[in-house]
Ligand binder design. Structure first.
Ligand SMILES: NC(=O)c1ccc[n+]([C@@H]2O[C@H](COP(=O)([O-])OP(=O)(O)OC[C@H]3O[C@@H](n4cnc5c(N)ncnc54)[C@H](OP(=O)(O)O)[C@@H]3O)[C@@H](O)[C@H]2O)c1
Length: 326
């Protein structure tokens, strides 16, 4: 893969391509002021980002849409230059809810199609408009849906032209195989968006995905914001790691840039989130240096198999993906 080329895209199994670097847009809604996401997306587009990772449940898709439309009006980008990934939330796994959920994203963004639409988590929740449904005792209201039926509804959305590529997120090997072995499968998942960074390199899942032409999209590629409300802070902060910092010194880069470069250099797409203009720009400056084979191996060896995003609150869901080794 030529990672010095002007347009840093990698091929997907369906013939489309995905920019290897995207901007993550998840921020805790209760900690974020209106307009933050829009400002970040505008800076990102000006910087050269063409891939934006979002979701309806992030509650800021309308801001992503405004930013994209403003940049289009300025003549900075055309719709086809932008790669937007949206996500099907867990309360919408029932086939009849799939298209309306995608349409909510299209309406929020005010676009005709998204480039990629992925099942956000393999666990279904009680269908309805409550995003995080619980009973009167605070217990989660789960739901049983056939993931293959959900997938077929997604395939129909692609046939209707509402989405270019289909993928999944937080799926383990068994759940990927469920889809891959589905009788009459029309479109394979092109990607699996999962946690991936030097402390959690996903060796086995990555190998399995490579064998099936499924691109790994790395969420939390910088080790998350470490908000204890949803992050396991058992391992030390990734960006303080000595090796990443010493390699940073060698290349006149930061630990964050080394962590991102590590993943893109091995064909893993990264979607770092930042709301800070300097860091948004910093995270883009990863195409003008490369790590040696030995350095790549040394970073790979930092893997400690400790997940930061464990989603333990749903660990009793029958489709909780992280009980299995990978
Ligand atoms: N599919 C899923 O289940 C799932 C789960 C989690 C995340 N995601 C997606 O993946 C994206 C990224 O993951 P994430 O937000 O968990 O974590 P991340 O990108 O690993 O880290 C974000 C944190 O790092 C900081 N940061 C950004 N650039 C930095 C730099 N150059 N140096 C130092 N700190 C830096 C950010 O702060 P500032 O904003 O202040 O720079 C923020 O606190 C999300 O936004 C979302 O789009 C998907």
């Amino acid at each position: 893969m030529d990672l010095t080329a002007a347009d840093h895209r990698i091929p997907l199994s369906d013939g489309n391509t995905i920019p290897v670097l995207g901007l993550g847009t998840y921020t805790e809604p209760w900690l974020t002021s209106e307009g933050t996401c829009k400002a970040s997306v505008k800076i990102a587009i000006d910087t050269g980002y063409r891939h934006i990772d979002g979701a309806y449940v992030y509650e800021n898709e309308h801001e992503v849409g405004e930013a994209i439309r403003e940049k289009m009006a300025e003549g900075k980008v055309k719709r086809e230059d932008i790669f937007y990934c949206g996500k099907l939330w867990a309360t919408n796994h029932e086939p009849e809810r799939v298209r309306p959920c995608l349409e909510k994203t299209l309406n929020a963004l005010q676009v005709d199609y998204v480039d990629l639409y992925i099942i956000e988590i393999p666990m279904a929740f009680k269908p309805g408009d409550e995003v995080y449904p619980r009973d009167e005792n605070g217990r989660w209201l789960y739901h049983k849906t056939d993931l293959c039926a959900t997938w077929e509804a997604l395939e129909a959305c692609k046939d209707a032209g509402l989405v270019k590529s289909l993928g999944v997120s937080n799926f383990n090997r068994r759940q990927l195989e469920l889809i891959l072995k589905k009788p009459g499968l029309k479109y394979k998942p092109v990607c699996n968006q999962v946690e991936c960074h030097p402390y959690f390199t996903q060796p086995k899942l990555r190998k399995f995905c490579q064998q099936h032409d499924i691109v790994i999209v790395a969420y939390s590629p910088l080790g998350t914001s470490r908000n204890p409300a949803w992050v396991n802070t058992a391992s030390p902060p990734l960006l303080k790691n000595e090796l990443l910092n010493s390699l940073g010194k060698k290349y006149n880069k930061t630990a964050a840039q080394v962590a991102l470069r590590f993943n893109i250099q091995r064909g893993v797409v990264v979607i770092p989130k930042s709301s800070n203009p300097d860091r948004i720009k910093e995270n883009f400056q990863i195409f003008d240096f490369s790590l040696t084979e030995e350095e790549m191996k040394n970073i790979e060896a930092l893997n400690n198999n400790i997940r930061l995003v464990e989603m333990l609150l749903w660990c009793d869901h029958p489709e909780y993906p992280f009980h299995e080794e990978y």
